[in-house]
Write a new protein. Structure first.
Lengths: 690, 759
């Protein structure tokens, strides 16, 4: 089996080519906004080298930011929205969390600069229809056809290109929304329609409305983009279908993207976590912290029991969306984070020099010292060997910036200042990981860290040690800088079906079974829509429960097949156990009773058997791979120490005693004093405390 | 409300002024960790530790939210967490409901003095306190305080506060609108040892829970307190073990010094002067019809800031707060407006602050005056006053003007519902819809519509489906309220309105307790010529014909379309909502900034299209004339000229040059400058209003309007109050610019709202 994953980022488009012999090739080309498909074709050409690779592929996967960009730049299509009479403002009110969702505490304290995002649909384009369903799904006011037709007419007059529909409690009683869709189809046959009972049939009208509106807002753009890209790839010889990455970590057929565009939002960082769980399965590691250190952001996801942690909602441009998403926490920390002096304090971030002007050492006019400048001054990065030597860095400019802006004002040496900058950013990263794991009920010491992304191998050894994790790995060595794209190339096709139904325990096992069977049928239909065989489909039942009146909702797994009272008792037991694990002993509010919120079925279909080639373990002697020795300052020793420098010649089985620096083609890794690294058969650099 | 209260001898014992206690007043049994100022911490370690200390607060807050799970505490974020030094000075507060942290120092300071001897303060003890005179906002806000020891020396404190849904008293929800004094309210507990040597005191816990109508929920929150305090304590001890107690101590102390220094530097950016306001609450308890004043003068001198509440009315009814509430309420304005980029290490910031809170007033009530509405009455009114004065002060500092906010969410509209829920089980809850208050306008942009509360950095209002799923109600509508944002060059953000009927109650009624202020008149003020926002409002249509509407396939979206008379509920009352009764409540938006005649007419048109502004207000207040859906530019110009002429009663309206400030004058507000001769002058036309040594308002054209002119949503104030309130406008006599507005007692003199110090 062979596949390609292409990940379009803001600056670069990365490609991972997983050959049928298990070898991995990578390529990188600049992204080409606004016409992103050019960058995709460029990077394909770069890896192809005349082999006509496309025609041999079993799968082609793509991670696209077209929908995300439309949300960030607010340039989706003009949409109309239809809702229950009296509730037009649910979307603009945003439950007020639209002002704070996804924002840092630093931003939130700037009251006069803390707005809601600009609306994706203005009030004059939101129309109300007389109809009403209650919490039990009973019709209180029947669907009023006249007001429905009037609403559509009002929107069409204003020239909308897509319409979203969300009625109160529609997930309990979808007939009104379906009738609404028929009316729109009849009045405007070619317009895109998103209805909430299909897009996100879950309780909470603001989030359901937002998800539906956002889907309508981005779907026409994404559909056009994917159609064009598919055509171009097919013209270039691709025979397999095109698959698109979703934020939940699985992919979907490009042909399904129209109805599920919202699922591609926030899919950018998902690839890294998928790659982490894929590699973890190969290495037999079940609990992994996936740490992606880039130029401007630091993204952390968790793999627990071999699977990425998935949440049922995500935040995009301050909108809360009911789209299943790999749970990822980010802070603005990375190579571009700016160091500054604040009275007599040394601070790092949250401002970033970004890619332009970038760190001082880029020589593009950046005056502020950054983490990358500090890494350079300390000798970690070779100025002549950054990005494989394609880009020369200026060490003098880095020293000057640190000298003037940090060292002199604080009365310390340039070296101490640089080492302080790196220490602070490492500590911030370890603080974030700690917060991320503890908040989800886990202890970082039970995990291993995979440090990837352009600067992952530079920093993960330090924050991994700080956290006391069992092992730090630079996954696949040189591939670690494009590790996220590997996640695309190995992903399954996945989908989620759900149904909210607020019911107090004890539950009726027959109804439970019937509801799950319906969701399973729906999931299978979605997965096999393109004619795939259903034998490869894996279905997982999950039920979201809470103590009545309480805000925390916790997932519990439900066994397959026909359910009995005894089985459901076990589900509630699992819920109570997980609740206490997540929220602490004694936190369960049993007196209130247990309430069912949402049934979910997560379906995944395995469409290829990806495997990586494993090299034979050779000699432990790493001297042949050593390209030199340098005197490097290590903060933990407090002195300069002779440090081995290693290049791309590392082979399976080699052992490296820290301190050492590995200068891969596309990234640099640090092995700290007291650490020991071993290269395994996949090229992973596996670091343990000595 | 001239009902005299018995003075309780000795009640003065239960009073904390929030000042750092004299170590001599603390029992020698309690050893204190001593600060070694000479202990050096390098800048890198400092930064690393400071970040970890900040994160402790974050972890503590998360832990609390997790265990409590109550929608009041967690959805609305009506809680907070705090880290203090050994004597209670605040090092860090969480990003939740601000006054729940910013007054915990009062309690810690009282505790170290009065509990150090008997029963003693020992490692692994915790103290519970909800006594407003010791430091709570009102009895429903319960704090649990944990000392942190290094060896046998008291090193620091951590604490958490949660609003509890009911802690007893004469009315459900403990908002005791029918109480004559504190003895009918939820019981105030001075600091009691709830956890002793790591074990919860069952007897004390049961005394505490026995008072509540929702003991299980309150009990769960108590566990949240204890667990979250333990998280913070354990993390501090871990840091101590790793970096050494002296280092952690130095970082804590220097963090406060740093905040103090940055705050003093900030104050130096602002000219010296005094800024004043009067703000009001009406109806001191159910049945009352009075209006009560909170007066505040904020004086900035060099690098200090003084808040003087002298002139506030005597304590009355249940709308009072204590000193802690007044200080905590003021910090709601001080922290976001002045410390937006400074760590909220209040212990340091407080060193540059001074509060004068005369005893026996509504902002510093004497025991046993009623305080059950303290958090959303006296404290809220202190916030309104502080926001007012600080924002006007910022208007005079060129580099800080962009940080001012006109009045935000003038009041909280308490709605407590109780009865049987959808599973026929008893419930009592506070409806949190009015979290969606509007924020005030800024100097460069409109206020945020349905933004939140000024006191809560983060928070959310529930989904309609959440409330309908829990409680036996069905919403007819919930929407942003047209015309609720105060007009101005930049408009105030809109508040919203919710309306529901009982649903699925099998003929039973729902019990309602409602309480607010700012119903007869607005309390979210305008700045620099902006209008105030709307007022809060509770309305009921009894025995409505809503079922007939439903039967014919329609949902009423306006109370006035229903068959039945609209009953305006009193500002504070308890009532029943019967099955066919329609209940609506409206809450406050934000005030406007600048003269509405200066607003870009295109923005007014957008506001009309978005149902933010009515056609009537567009024409009469903004002077914008529309024709066929677009702005008629010529007619608008004409209309605005006409309004200006009417303002000053003359056709000779002077035009406004753009460069008045270039002649050496400095701006002190949107429409006023201080010129080189120390005269206050119009920034638009240059007219000299007179010496800065007297109230400039006295030389402006003053127009006294009926209060209903302040906002079109106001109803006849006689429904609620006896005293006459006025809406005043002040115009430049020469160019007719609206310089300021006032919502004020008719008997009050114009408030000298900005008095700059001149040599």
């Amino acid at each position: 089996m062979s596949s390609i994953g292409v990940d379009t980022g803001g600056t670069f488009t990365d490609l991972v080519y997983l050959r049928d012999d298990g070898q991995v090739e990578i390529a990188k080309r600049p992204s080409t906004p606004p016409n992103f498909s050019k960058g995709v074709l460029d990077v394909v050409e770069a890896v192809d080298k005349g082999r006509n690779v496309l025609s041999t592929l079993d799968c082609f996967y793509h991670g696209t930011t077209v929908a995300t960009n439309a949300m960030i730049n607010l340039n989706g299509v003009k949409i109309g929205f239809i809702t229950t009479a009296g509730h037009r403002d649910a979307l603009p009110i945003m439950r007020i969390i639209g002002r704070s969702a996804g924002r840092s505490e630093i931003d939130l304290k700037q009251y006069t600069y803390c707005d809601k995002p600009a609306p994706i649909v203005t009030k004059s384009l939101i129309k109300e229809v007389h109809e009403r369903i209650d919490y039990k799904g009973r019709v209180v006011v029947p669907f009023n056809e006249d007001s429905a037709r009037q609403a559509v007419k009002d929107l069409l007059v204003q020239g909308v290109e897509a319409i979203g529909v969300c009625f109160l409690w529609s997930f309990k009683h979808p007939l009104h929304e379906r009738r609404m869709r028929e009316i729109i189809e009849e009045m405007a046959p070619h317009i895109h329609i998103s209805i909430s009972s299909e897009i996100a049939p879950a309780v909470n009208e603001y989030e359901r409305s937002a998800t539906t509106a956002v889907n309508a807002y981005v779907a026409p753009l994404l559909t056009t983009y994917l159609t064009e890209l598919t055509n171009a790839l097919h013209e270039n010889g691709l025979r397999s279908p095109l698959y698109v990455m979703q934020s939940m970590g699985g992919s979907m057929r490009a042909a399904d993207a129209e109805r599920r565009s919202v699922n591609t939002l926030a899919s950018g960082p998902a690839g890294g976590v998928v790659a982490t769980s894929f590699l973890g399965n190969l290495l037999g590691q079940k609990n992994i912290i996936a740490a992606d250190v880039g130029g401007t952001s630091f993204d952390v996801g968790l793999v627990v029991d071999g699977k990425p942690i998935i949440t049922s909602s995500s935040t995009v441009n301050q909108y809360t969306l009911l789209a299943p998403t790999i749970d990822i926490v980010s802070i603005g920390a990375g190579g571009g984070s700016i160091a500054w002096v604040d009275m007599d304090r040394l601070r790092v971030g949250p401002k970033s020099a970004g890619a332009d002007p970038g760190p001082a050492c880029y020589g593009r006019g950046g005056q502020d010292p950054t983490v990358t400048d500090a890494d350079l001054v300390l000798g970690y990065i070779d100025p002549n060997y950054f990005l494989g030597g394609k880009f020369k860095l200026d060490r003098t400019l880095a020293e000057k910036a640190i000298e003037e802006k940090i060292a002199r004002p604080l009365g310390m040496s340039v070296r101490d200042a640089a080492s302080g900058i790196v220490e602070i950013v490492n500590q911030h990263m370890s603080d974030l990981i700690r917060k991320m794991t503890i908040e989800r009920g886990y202890d970082p010491r039970d995990f291993v860290v995979y440090g990837f992304g352009g600067a992952g191998p530079l920093h993960s050894g330090a924050f991994g040690r700080e956290l006391g994790v069992q092992e730090v790995i630079f996954p696949l060595g040189n591939i670690s800088s494009a590790f996220s794209a590997l996640g695309l190339a190995v992903s399954d096709v996945s989908t989620m079906t759900q149904q909210s139904d607020l019911t107090l325990a004890p539950f009726d096992p027959d109804k439970f079974t019937a509801d799950f069977e319906r969701l399973e049928k729906e999931a299978i239909e979605k997965l096999t829509a393109g004619g795939a065989k259903r034998s490869n489909v894996e279905l997982k039942r999950v039920v979201e429960l809470r103590y009545k009146g309480q805000v925390h909702q916790v997932d519990a797994n439900v066994p397959a097949g026909k359910l009995t009272t005894a089985v459901l008792d076990g589900v509630i037991e699992e819920f109570e156990m997980r609740y206490e694990k997540l929220f602490g002993r004694g936190s369960g509010f049993r007196e209130a009773g247990v309430e069912l919120v949402t049934y979910r079925v997560i379906g995944s279909m395995h469409i290829q058997d990806a495997s990586l080639k494993e090299a034979k373990i050779g000699s432990a002697d790493s001297v042949p791979a050593r390209i030199g020795k340098e005197m490097i300052y290590w903060r933990e020793v407090g002195a300069e120490v002779e440090t081995g420098i290693y290049g791309d010649g590392l082979k399976a089985g080699m052992l490296i005693e820290g301190p050492a620096i590995i200068r891969f083609d596309t990234t640099t890794g640090l092995i700290h004093p007291g650490q020991r690294a071993k290269i395994d058969g996949f090229g992973n650099v596996r670091i343990t405390q000595g | 409300m001239a009902k005299s209260l018995l003075k309780i001898p000795g009640s003065g014992h239960f009073f904390s002024d929030g000042k750092r206690p004299d170590p001599k007043s603390i029992s020698p049994k309690l050893k204190l960790f001593s600060y070694d100022e000479t202990h050096k911490v390098d800048p890198i370690t400092f930064e690393v530790v400071a970040h970890k200390l900040w994160q402790i607060n974050d972890e503590q807050g998360q832990a609390l939210k997790k265990i409590s799970g109550s929608p009041v505490a967690t959805d609305a974020n009506d809680f907070n967490v705090v880290l203090c030094d050994e004597l209670g000075d605040i090092i860090n507060i969480g990003p939740y409901y601000l006054p729940h942290a910013s007054n915990v120092d009062f309690m810690v300071k009282w505790t170290v003095v009065h509990r150090s001897d008997n029963p003693g303060i020992n490692p692994d003890d915790m103290f519970l306190c909800n006594d407003p005179w010791v430091g709570a906002l009102h009895p429903q806000d319960v704090a649990v305080l944990s000392p942190i020891f290094v060896g046998d020396e008291l090193f620091a404190w951590t604490g958490s506060t949660i609003h509890e849904v009911d802690l007893g008293g004469v009315n459900v929800g403990s908002w005791c609108v029918d109480a004559d004094n504190h003895f009918s309210e939820g019981m105030a507990y001075p600091p009691i040892k709830i956890v002793e040597a790591g074990n919860i005191r069952k007897d004390v816990e049961e005394v505490y829970l026995r008072r509540s109508r929702a003991p299980a929920l309150v009990g769960l929150d108590l566990r949240a307190h204890i667990a979250s305090n333990n998280v913070a304590k354990q993390r501090v001890l871990e840091l101590i073990e790793r970096y050494g107690a002296k280092t952690i101590n130095v970082v804590m102390k220097k963090q406060m010094d740093y905040a103090e220094q940055r705050f003093r530097d900030r104050l130096r950016e602002i000219p010296d002067g005094t800024w004043r306001c009067e703000t009001y609450q009406e109806v001191a308890k159910s049945g009352d019809r009075g209006v009560y004043k909170t007066a505040l003068a904020v004086t900035k001198k060099d690098d200090t800031l003084e808040f003087d509440f002298s002139g506030s009315d005597p304590n009355v009814g249940m709308i009072n707060c204590t000193r802690a509430g007044a200080v905590g309420g003021s910090t709601v304005a001080i922290l976001p407006l002045l410390c937006f980029d400074i760590p909220w290490a209040l212990g340091g910031i407080h060193r540059a602050l001074k509060f004068k809170t005369p005893v026996g007033t509504i902002i510093n009530a004497e025991f046993p005056h009623g305080v059950s509405m303290g958090s959303i009455a006296g404290t809220w009114s202190a916030t309104n006053a502080a926001n007012n004065c600080v924002s006007r002060m910022l208007a005079s500092a060129p580099d800080l003007q962009d940080r001012l906010l006109a009045g935000c969410v003038g009041s909280w509209t308490t709605v407590i519902t109780s009865g049987l829920d959808n599973n026929k089980l008893p419930f009592v809850t506070m409806i949190m819809d009015c979290m969606a208050g509007g924020w005030g306008a800024r100097t460069f942009a409109d206020g945020v519509d349905t933004a939140g509360l000024m006191a809560a950095i983060t928070g959310q209002c529930p989904n309609v489906e959440t409330n309908e799923g829990f409680y036996p109600i069905l919403y007819l509508y919930r929407r942003e309220t047209k015309d609720s944002g105060g007009p101005g060059e930049f408009r105030g953000g809109m508040g919203a309105t919710s309306c529901w009927i009982p649903h699925d109650t099998d003929g039973r009624s729902i019990e309602l307790v409602v309480a607010t202020f700012g119903q007869a008149f607005p309390t979210a003020f305008g700045v620099d010529g902006g209008y105030p926002a709307n007022s809060s409002m509770f309305k009921m249509v009894r025995n409505s014909d809503v079922e007939k509407w439903f039967a014919r396939g329609e949902i009423p979206t306006d109370l006035s379309s229903l068959n039945g008379e609209i009953e305006y509920l009193p500002v504070k009352c308890e009532t029943l909502e019967n099955p066919q009764d329609v209940f609506e409540h409206t809450w406050s938006g934000g005030g406007g900034y600048g003269d509405p005649l200066d607003r870009d007419p295109a923005k007014v048109l957008v506001d009309i299209l978005n149902d933010a502004v009515s056609g009537k207000i567009a024409e009469t207040v903004y002077g914008v004339v529309l024709r066929e859906g677009s702005v008629d530019v010529a007619a608008t110009e004409q209309k605005r000229e006409q309004i200006r002429s009417e303002r000053i009663g003359s056709n000779q309206v002077k035009s406004r040059a753009k460069n008045v400030t270039d002649r050496g004058a400095r701006q002190i507000s949107r429409h006023l400058v201080l010129n080189k001769e120390n005269d206050v002058a119009c920034s638009g036309c240059g007219r000299v209003h007179g010496s800065a040594a007297k109230n400039y308002k006295l030389s402006l054209v003053r127009k006294d309007n009926h209060i209903q002119q302040a906002n079109p949503l106001l109803v006849d104030p006689k429904l609620f109050i006896d005293p006459e309130m006025q809406f005043r406008q002040y115009f430049c006599p020469s160019c007719a610019t609206q310089v300021e507005t006032e919502v004020i007692l008719a008997s009050s003199e114009p408030v000298w709202d900005k008095q700059l110090s001149v040599k």
